[in-house]
Design a protein around this ligand. Structure first.
Ligand code: SF4
Length: 369
């Protein structure tokens, strides 16, 4: 069996430290080498081991033989007129994933992907149309943060303040990589747990697992419909984990204490914006004191739905507010650069530029968390 390299980006800090300590002891090196390397990894965010310039060349070579530090390369960088920046990253095996930097007045949010493609097939999202390619490793999730942060610094942005797992993929079906990546981003790179949000379409076992964690990571639920029949038309997972089961899990998550739950509700004209649904949405939000984001639908290829009209969105907002629910209307960012999840990758694949082997014949319509 090959002696696999340890991934410096995919291990929690204490595991990195232990592995480095063992490595340098065997090599007869002083113990301060461990801190030197940790600093390069977690503070300096160097893109490769060769960049650890305060290590002797022989030590860099030995480190490179025992450890990997692999970042994605930028296939495409798209900048929106509203400041949003989307990266299409090419991973080591050629697979493509997206991340989006979203600057606002007080924060810089990074939206990252947890899978290449997605198996959930939600009917309003661009990622699902090409199906699932593969899980990302924890290192590949973390590497989107590192590469985006470095790009941000080089292009006049500050530190990334918030991370949302709202890019390609359903993070709670990749829990093997999700959990270490949360630990690494929080403990290794210093992003506060309350500033990291995991978004799901309702993978109940994953929600319960997240509730068990000590850190107060936040949870966003792609709800999009407050009734089971309608929801199952938008989110196939509803047939496996019903709204009723989902709400029971959210009550448990809420009882775990101190963690904000957000409901994401994409408003699609004539599909999920009937006034009576606002009352049903208020009932659900009140149950777990959820914050509701109303998001005008962002049109995607292969689906001719339209965003709800402004008056209808305001009507929803009024009903929710009258019921005491905290609510905001979110303006979709980066519309001019296909910033909805999966759109840029989909565009690349349909343009024939992608080398990922995605099968356009497998398309099954739109999607987006
Ligand atoms: S909305 Fe999320 S879970 Fe659904 S298909 Fe898109 S990426 Fe997957």
């Amino acid at each position: 069996m090959l002696n696999a390299k340890k991934d410096l980006l995919g291990l929690p800090p204490h595991d990195v430290e232990a592995a480095l300590a063992e490595h340098f002891v065997v090599r007869g090196q002083p113990s301060y080498r461990v801190e030197q390397v940790k600093k390069w990894v977690f503070e300096e965010c160097v893109p490769d081991i060769a960049g650890m310039t305060n290590l002797p060349v022989a030590e860099r070579e030995a480190l490179d033989a025992a450890f990997s530090l692999v970042e994605p390369t930028a296939d495409t960088v798209s900048r929106s007129s509203d400041g949003t920046v989307k990266h299409l990253w090419r991973l080591a095996d050629g697979e493509l994933v997206e991340s989006v930097l979203i600057p606002t007045k007080n924060r810089l949010t990074l939206c990252i992907s947890s899978q290449a493609g997605c198996a959930m097939g939600c009917t309003f999202c661009a990622t699902g149309w090409a199906g699932f390619q593969r899980q990302l490793t924890s290192g590949e999730i973390v590497s989107q943060y590192r590469a985006s942060q470095r790009w941000g610094f080089e292009n006049g942005h500050g530190r990334i303040s918030n991370i949302v797992y709202m890019g390609m993929g359903e993070p709670l079906t990749n829990r093997k990589a999700l959990h270490p990546s949360l630990t690494i981003l929080n403990q290794g790179y210093g992003v506060g747990a309350r500033r990291i949000t995991v978004s799901t379409v309702g993978v109940v076992p994953g929600i319960l697992e997240l509730a068990e964690r000590e850190e107060q990571f936040r949870l966003a639920i792609s709800l999009h419909a407050p009734e089971s029949d309608l929801r199952s038309q938008l989110i196939p997972l509803e047939k496996r984990h019903s709204l009723e089961e989902l709400m029971a899990a959210l009550v448990r998550f809420d009882r775990a204490g101190g963690r904000r739950i957000t409901f994401e509700y994409t408003m699609i004209r004539g599909i999920n914006d009937a006034p009576r649904l606002a009352q049903a949405l208020a009932d659900l939000a009140s149950t777990v004191d959820a914050f509701v984001n109303l998001i005008p639908y962002n049109p995607i290829p292969y689906q001719d739905w339209k965003a709800s009209r402004g008056e209808r969105i305001e009507e929803f907002r009024s009903v929710l507010e009258a019921r005491g629910v905290s609510v905001a209307v979110r303006v979709p960012r980066g519309r001019d650069i296909d910033a909805a999840c999966g759109q840029l990758r989909a565009t690349r694949m349909t343009s024939g530029v992608s080398q990922t082997g995605g099968d356009p014949g497998n398309r099954r319509g739109p999607a987006k968390k």
